[in-house]
Design a protein around this ligand. Structure first.
Ligand code: ATP
Length: 581
């Protein structure tokens, strides 16, 4: 397909915030996409080169893109840098530089989407000596045949900052509109559709189920074209992580019981971090909640599951809780979070601060997909295959009850043990990847926090010069757009020994810098912080429409990806609950 067709769709989507208009634009593109192109078109639509289960990065620095623009246009690096400083978006810089150049270019071949995809894939996998020059060449080659608007999106894709919001729900619906056997009449003036809702929900569910299992919209789109049979054949593949199920929040047992029904399963809510562990073909792979592979960082986990789980192939869901090997005391998340990113002395750190796996779910076992089985059945499978061993593997401590009094006692006991509260689950509930459905409820004892993404900062002054201060924080809307909710300056330490420091955060942020004007800097959204706050207020100062009162940094959440940050919806809910109480 001509890359220009994809660019037209990017432009349409960028110009609207209406989900139906986006869905229409994408579905029209999908209708004219060939089988060969479908998988890469689906990826490029969201500025990606890999499906959701594969967290590989393109990993190209802005400096390299600058060079590529220079090489392909003949413009001087100095001029490009100056433009970049003025405009603040290298995509726009590329667009304008190419626009000047094309006035003198007579013959130009049309750029195809698969050429863009192929070159960028090569860029993302290239390593070793000479790879930098080769990467510049590959990007410059695309620029040389790109029209100005095409150059803008190539650059934004390379920098993994497409700025075109397409959420999972929009992409899923676009596949439905394009390929499923259902009549949908779209009214472009009213931006509304006329459709049999019941039928529509049914086909949406078929596509959603296929996505839940594959975590790959390319595979789903290709199967959708072939028909429902092909969609149903899609299966979970141990080794490819899927999205984790999430919970909704309640503030008391009565409301939680109302939501999930009784008898309910109540489990300790352990305070560690989520791990999805896969075993297949004699191999074990460990993933964080953001589906990043961390097998190397957790050698003991590989041992524990190999020794204590009697199945050849499985996908389990659990909370890894750290403890001090000497004292046997459990540690809070802040202490063990360093293990996630540790690249050296891994074995020593694992010995000093091992994790205990608290298993609460199983999604696949020896060839059988368990997503649609009830929690009761999934738990029974776990009980059959797991041999519990303290400080290695245990099954989540649970109680099944309809009694509020029993539930309260269990909650108190859980908090006394140092846990965060309890999870209250529907016994009949299926496993819904990526969803916050009401079959899992969390009830917490600790003050609620938000997970927010750093999108900007100010260079510090005086004692804090050389550090980023006053960090601008954002939540995420359903299309993946980051919206600011305030600035935070407290909670970070000046000395690294005292905890998460300005210096440490500055080092993490430096490679993510996008623009710099005076002291103001913006960043590619990547780093997630857990933030405590006193209250949420309505505000016109920030793009989310809300502001945090007295925000304070609690910790760095390297287990969260920016898309996992607190949603705008969550902030709205929190605001409404506050008003009520
Ligand atoms: P929180 O900050 O409250 O952990 P969250 O946004 O990370 O919220 P939620 O789905 O809201 O995630 O809360 C569930 C989290 O609690 C899970 O992601 C998991 O890491 C943790 N957890 C601890 N114990 C359990 C359990 N028994 N069952 C399910 N999740 C558990």
């Amino acid at each position: 397909m001509d890359y220009s067709k994809l660019v037209e769709v990017y432009e349409q989507i960028e110009s609207t915030s209406k989900r139906l208009a986006k869905t229409h634009a994408i579905s029209e593109l999908l209708k004219i996409t060939s089988d060969e192109d479908i998988e890469h078109i689906i990826l490029l639509l969201r500025g990606r080169l890999f499906p959701d289960w594969n967290k590989a990065k393109i990993g190209v620095a802005s400096k390299l893109v600058l060079k590529a623009i220079g090489t392909s246009t003949g413009a001087s690096i100095k001029d490009i840098e100056n433009m970049w400083r003025d405009i603040g978006d290298l995509g726009l810089v590329a667009e304008q530089t190419i626009a000047k150049k094309t006035q003198v270019t007579l013959f130009q071949q049309n750029l195809t989407s698969d050429k863009v995809f192929a070159n960028l894939q090569k860029v993302s996998t290239m390593e070793g000596s000479g790879s930098v020059d080769r990467k510049v060449q590959l990007i410059a080659e695309l620029m040389s045949s790109a029209k100005p608007k095409e150059a803008k999106y190539i650059v934004r894709t390379v920098l993994e900052d497409l700025r075109v919001g397409i959420g999972d729900g929009t992409l899923r619906d676009s596949i439905v509109w394009a390929y499923m056997p259902i009549e949908i009449n779209y009214d472009s003036e009213k931006i509304a559709i006329d459709v049999d809702r019941e039928e529509f929900n049914k086909v949406v569910e078929i596509i959603q189920t296929a996505f839940d299992k594959s975590n790959d919209f390319g595979v789903v789109a290709l199967a959708a074209r072939k028909g429902v049979d092909a969609l149903e054949k899609i299966s979970l593949i141990p080794g490819n992580p899927i999205k984790v199920m999430l919970a909704q929040k309640e503030v008391n047992i009565d409301d939680a019981f109302k939501r999930v029904g009784v008898p309910a399963v109540i489990e300790y809510k352990y305070d560690g971090f989520r791990m999805q562990i896969h075993k297949f073909k004699g191999q074990v792979k460990v993933f964080t909640r953001r589906l990043e592979e961390v097998t190397k960082q957790f050698p003991e986990v590989v041992q524990f599951v190999t020794n204590n789980i009697a199945a050849e192939e499985f996908i389990i869901d659990c909370e890894a809780v750290g403890y001090d090997a000497k004292s046997g005391k459990y540690l809070v998340f802040q202490h063990i979070s360093q293990r996630i990113r540790r690249k050296y002395d891994i074995e020593a750190l694992a010995k000093k601060m091992p994790v205990e796996l608290n298993i609460f779910d199983i999604l696949f076992c020896d060839g059988k997909n368990l997503l649609k089985e009830t929690l009761e059945k999934r738990r029974a499978v776990l009980e059959k295959i797991v041999t519990e061993k303290k400080f290695e593997i245990i099954l989540s401590h649970k109680l099944i009850t309809s009694s509020k009094e029993e539930a309260m006692l269990f909650y108190d006991e859980s908090v006394k043990q140092g846990n965060e509260g309890v999870m209250i689950k529907n016994q009949e509930g299926i496993y819904k990847p990526g969803s916050r459905v009401g079959t899992w409820i969390k009830l917490k004892s600790t003050m609620d926090t938000l997970d927010l993404v750093i999108v900007g900062a100010e260079w510090g002054e005086g004692k804090r010069s050389g550090w980023f201060t006053s960090l601008a924080l954002a939540c995420v809307d359903e299309d993946g757009t980051f919206l600011e909710v305030g600035k935070v300056g407290t909670g970070l330490k000046e000395k690294a020994e005292e905890g998460l420091s300005f210096g440490e955060v500055t080092e993490l942020l430096k490679p993510l810098m996008k623009t710099e004007k005076g002291r103001e800097v913006t960043f590619k959204p990547e780093i997630v912080l857990e933030i405590q706050f006193e209250e949420i207020q309505a505000s016109t100062n920030y793009s989310s429409g809300y502001a945090l009162r007295f925000p304070r940094v609690k910790t760095l959440r390297e287990d969260r990806s920016p898309e996992d940050a607190s949603s705008l919806e969550r902030i709205k809910e929190e605001f409404d609950t506050q008003k009520k109480s």
